[in-house]
Design a protein around this ligand. Structure first.
Ligand SMILES: NC(=O)C1=CN([C@@H]2O[C@H](COP(=O)(O)OP(=O)(O)OC[C@H]3O[C@@H](n4cnc5c(N)ncnc54)[C@H](O)[C@@H]3O)[C@@H](O)[C@H]2O)C=CC1
Ligand SMILES: O=C(O)CCC(=O)C(=O)O
Length: 485
């Protein structure tokens, strides 16, 4: 018996440009500030290569379902193409193209040496058994590999909405099984489990990157004065939409730094508590119960817009595209929107927010933490060595020597000399996780700084500034690539 899929509606009822048109609108606006030739802009804008296919899936009950599947390589200005893999009933080609386009811009914005790519399957992954997910994922990887859309040199998928480390492991394993002589086969996906070549910190990286990005704005006098907030994260209030990988981790790090998570919006229920919610406690509840319904430590709210309309300082949309749009942007009472998701604010939504003096921190900058740590994982896989392994013990010994020398000079014993230092910082050297966090913080803060500078220099909003910086980098690399042709 053969079954077909029904598509679940999500924001498709909004009478505004679709996701791809949205990205094109932002791109066209930013283009005016670049001084670049129209032919160059056209070359950057268009998707380079697209694969679309239908994958049959043998279900556990003996039936077969058919699933549309895609991978778009938006830009080859640098290789490999990099970007996530989305499993959702709403996946279609324009959505994948929009996401791949954003990957090109995002990687350039934070200066990673990748072109943009994105893939996806039209499927409700939550409705599949683990065995079904494995069969579907392995078949998808096989087809991608056969057609030049999966390899460490050309196209390296990572996780996105609806996928995680298990899918990345299956995809990598499928590739490696078919290319046993490829020494770098393990680098063909990122976001893998650590024991299969993954890197510590990838799971939380996008949310942690959102945290670093938010911190760089909330601690900046210029921006906080503009929106009428005091500086600092402690005591600031947050509402988060989407409590998956990105939303949960962003909430976790903000809460740890003294931020108050007032509300969380999920697709099937929302919670609100003006005294704050512990994100770890809420996550445990959600994992067990699959919905917030029955959560005893907060008010359960049915309608997402009822939560959006509550007072708070920062809203973090971290679910899907077009969540903040012409129908609800006017409800928001926050001062800052920090985009954890890709494309969560429509052009009309942004216009309304700006009219209401809400500062919008754009997706390609704020959620770049995931692909940044994927880059670290990719480099680790190509290097076939853990980051920091060669220098770890040497660093610890050097620190120990410095401390002993200071102690001697000051006539202290070593314990007194290191009072106030964290023991781990001087006796063990940097762990892999220390290095990942430190590299991520460096890349995020540098990109935020560059975006602020361009925004203030051109007098444009932060989204346009981030696009302008990206476009200039892509132009430079495209021109470099054509020298000598
Ligand atoms: N995972 C990653 O490393 C990165 C993800 N992103 C973007 O962040 C967003 C979220 O991705 P993940 O957290 O990885 O996905 P996820 O699948 O782990 O979590 C998404 C969460 O949003 C919820 N959700 C879905 N539709 C919703 C709706 N209409 N209203 C409220 N909640 C809804 C889901 O139930 C789920 O809990 C996506 O836009 C993705 O493209 C961006 C950069 C990297
Ligand atoms: O790590 C990756 O390649 C996935 C990142 C991604 O999909 C994104 O940033 O939207």
């Amino acid at each position: 018996m053969i079954r077909h899929l029904t598509r679940r509606m999500s924001h498709s009822h909004i009478n505004e440009p679709n996701f791809l048109q949205m990205v094109n609108i932002f791109f066209d606006k930013a283009s005016q500030y670049t001084g670049m030739r129209p032919e160059m802009l056209e070359q950057i804008k268009n998707t380079d290569t697209v694969l679309q296919m239908t994958i049959p899936l043998a279900r556990d009950d003996g039936t077969i379902t058919f699933h549309r599947a895609y991978r778009a390589q938006h830009s080859h200005h640098k290789l490999p193409c990099k970007g996530g893999t989305r499993y959702s009933p709403n996946v279609d080609l324009p959505e994948i193209e929009a996401l791949a386009f954003l990957m090109t811009l995002k990687c350039a914005c934070v200066n990673l040496p990748f072109g943009g790519g994105k893939g996806g399957i039209e499927v409700d992954a939550k409705a599949l058994s683990e065995a079904e997910r494995e069969r579907l994922t392995r078949r998808y990887a096989l087809e991608l590999g056969k057609k030049g859309f999966l390899s460490p040199a050309i196209d390296v998928p990572g996780p996105d909405l609806g996928t995680g480390e298990q899918e990345m492991a299956w995809m990598m394993d499928t590739f490696v099984s078919h290319h046993p002589k490829n020494l770098n086969g393990i680098a063909t996906t990122t976001g893998k489990p650590i024991e299969l070549g993954g890197i510590p910190g990838r799971a939380e990286s996008t949310g942690l990157g959102v945290f670093y990005g938010v911190r760089e704005f909330l601690t900046d006098n210029y921006y906080m004065e503009k929106v009428g907030l005091s500086t600092g994260i402690a005591g600031k209030t947050f509402i988060v939409q989407g409590f998956g990988n990105v939303g949960y981790w962003a909430a976790h790090f903000l809460h740890k730094e003294g931020g108050k998570i007032l509300g969380v919006i999920e697709h099937n229920s929302c919670v609100f508590n003006e005294n704050g919610i512990d994100p770890d406690d809420l996550k445990n509840f959600l994992v067990q119960r699959k919905s917030f319904n029955g959560y005893p430590k907060a008010e359960i709210v049915k309608d997402q817009n009822d939560v959006y309309a509550r007072e708070c300082d920062v809203v973090i949309p971290a679910a899907i595209e077009r969540s903040i749009n012409g129908t609800n942007a006017g409800l928001l009472k926050c001062k800052v929107v920090a985009e954890g998701a890709n494309g969560p604010t429509t052009p009309l939504g942004q216009e309304i927010l700006e009219k209401n003096n809400v500062l919008v921190l754009p997706d390609l900058l704020m959620n770049a933490g995931g692909v940044t740590v994927s880059y670290f994982e990719y480099v680790k896989n190509l290097g076939h060595i853990k980051p920091g392994l060669l220098t770890k013990r040497w660093g610890a010994k050097r620190n120990q020597n410095i401390i002993e020398t200071i102690a001697k000079l000051k006539n202290l014993d070593t314990k007194e000399a290191v009072a106030g230092l964290k023991r781990v910082q001087y006796t063990t050297g940097a762990s892999e996780l220390n290095l990942v966090y430190s590299g991520l913080e460096q890349i995020m803060t540098e990109a935020v700084q560059e975006t602020k500078v361009t925004s203030q220099k051109l007098g444009v909003n932060l989204r346009i500034a981030a696009y302008v910086n990206s476009l200039k980098r892509i132009q430079d690399s495209t021109l470099e690539g054509t020298i000598g042709l």
